[in-house]
Design a protein around this ligand. Structure first.
Ligand code: NDP
Length: 475
């Protein structure tokens, strides 16, 4: 019989998604460029459900019921285009091509428009949760036409993570919306991890061993910080290296790598004019950690305090760091969600932010208890920023003292806290009565006659700086 859905690209993500689909009772057509992967999948996991393997693309396409639903799960970039080019001539009007790879949303917009010209649906879909998520229930962020979601949504929802009985999968909006949301998800993930790393660094500077820090994170995971990343932080900190008997974290090279979605988030934010400072700091922190030339040159030359965080009141410090972590995390979500809102406006996607937060509650890497609260707040009212949502503003009010002590502690002890401090700077910026941006405008007018607005009158004004310094109206 014909398959309900197909997966092409059977590396770790694709084969786990195919298995997840089969385990949920779907008949799954499977295909991979090199047939060895297809054979291995069917040999090792064929008993988990009904798979229809194909060795050629034509055979694969022919094995699917119409409208065809094909998930492409190959290396992002040129390989995705290569697979699409091969599929398109074999498909018929109304068929749906799903790209589950980590594509840039601009590529997704281009591909969607091209397939639309051919009468086909192209569904750029964010999938988060890593390989375990793909198998056991990821968070799924599909874009594309609303019509395609009617045919595809129920299948994707059946394999997605569930929280309180709700699937962590929902239509995000047209063309690139799904991949955009996934990109920002990853940007927030960078910030979350940077905050966790700074928290660990401060605890460590206060004399906590890796195992003691692991206990702290485990304890935090039972409260408001409850999240997947905090949970695995305890796991990583607890790990002892068998070769050296030291904590594994002390043996790992301290240069963080990246695959590019964090960078895309920041590049896109620059273009949209949305300050995602915490995400930018996190991307820069990774790049900087790997800049051995600069670090080698500066180590031992540049003078400063020697990472001595007084652990006099250890529980007090631990509690303060927890509050700084929660507050900074809230800022990263506020910034990322604001970026999605801006892009949605720019591209006419009409993304529902409450829904984004709702499908991030489970399955994905940034899943966290906080996301339920964020989703509820966005559902309750249209927020100019998450930070002013009643329960969030109240949470920040109660924690900002601790947050400031933590940033001050980092500054005075020489422990770098770029994430915590940029989050706090954002908080103080948005709540400021007046900003020194007024002076920046004055300077711009002075050297470049760029004009400025006045607080007391409408219009654009210029001071004749090199003349008699009187003001002229330029509007
Ligand atoms: P890889 O990104 O390592 O890609 C390998 C797959 O791509 C193989 O099936 C390979 O086929 C296929 N491929 C590569 N080039 C071509 C080509 N020119 N034509 C046809 N097929 C090609 O696999 P992953 O499973 O790690 O990831 C798949 C996608 O999912 C990627 O876009 C990734 O960014 C995304 N993703 C990955 C996550 C993860 O945790 N790994 C999480 C979320 C998304 P062959 O076997 O013939 O070489």
């Amino acid at each position: 019989s014909l398959a309900n859905i197909g997966v092409t690209g059977l590396a770790v993500m694709g084969s786990n998604l195919a298995r997840n689909l089969a385990r949920h009772g779907h008949t799954v057509a499977v295909h991979n460029r090199s047939v060895a992967r297809t054979r291995a999948l069917v040999e090792q996991h064929g008993s988990e459900g009904v798979f229809v393997p194909s060795e050629s693309t034509a055979e694969f396409v022919a094995s699917l019921e119409r409208p065809r639903r094909i998930i492409v799960m190959v290396k992002a970039g040129d390989p995705t285009d290569a697979v699409i080019d091969e599929l398109v001539p074999l498909l018929e009007e109304g068929d749906i091509v799903v790209d589950g790879g980590n594509a840039h949303f601009a590529d997704t917009r281009r591909r969607e428009s091209w397939l639309r010209e051919h009468g086909l649906h192209f569904v750029g879909t964010g999938i988060s949760g890593g390989e375990v998520g793909a198998l056991e229930g990821p968070s799924i962020m599909p874009g594309g036409s609303r019509e395609s979601y009617a045919a595809l949504g129920p299948i994707l929802e059946s394999i997605a993570a569930k929280v309180d009985g709700e699937a962590c999968c929902a239509w995000m909006g047209p063309d690139g919306a799904g991949h955009f949301v996934k990109m920002v998800h990853n940007g927030i993930e960078y910030a979350d991890m940077q905050f966790i790393a700074e928290a660990y660094d401060l605890l460590s500077a206060a004399g906590l061993s890796a195992a003691e820090a692991a206990d702290v994170f485990r304890e935090w995971n039972t409260g408001e910080l409850d999240s997947f990343l905090i949970e695995i932080t305890a796991e990583v900190l607890d790990q002892v290296d068998t070769a050296t008997a030291r904590p594994l974290v002390d043996v790992i090279v301290d240069a963080a790598e990246q695959k590019g979605t964090g960078r895309w988030t920041v590049q896109t934010a620059l273009e949209l004019g949305v300050p995602v400072s915490t995400i930018a700091e996190s991307v820069f922190a990774r790049s900087g950690s790997g800049d051995t030339a600069v670090r080698d040159a500066a180590r031992g030359v540049l003078v400063g305090p020697n990472r001595t965080v007084s652990a006099g009141d250890r529980q007090g410090l631990v509690d303060d760091v927890r509050d700084a972590l929660w507050s900074s995390k809230v800022v990263a979500y506020a910034q990322g969600l604001e970026q999605i809102r801006k892009a949605s406006e720019e591209y006419g996607w009409d993304v529902d932010i409450a829904t984004v937060a709702r499908i991030w509650r489970g399955g994905c890497i940034i899943r966290a208890r906080l996301l339920a609260q964020i989703s509820d707040e966005y559902a309750a009212e249209r927020l100019a920023t998450l930070l002013v949502a009643p329960s969030i503003a109240e949470g920040l009010a109660g924690r900002q003292g601790a947050w400031r002590r933590v940033v001050a502690q980092g500054v005075t002890s020489g422990v770098p806290v770029p994430g915590f401090s940029s989050a706090l700077a954002y908080y103080d910026t948005v709540r400021a009565e007046r900003l020194p941006a007024a002076l920046v405008q004055g300077l711009r007018d002075n050297f470049g006659a760029h004009t400025y607005g006045r607080t007391d009158r409408a219009g654009a004004f210029h001071t004749l700086w090199s003349g008699d310094r009187t003001e002229v109206s330029t509007s």
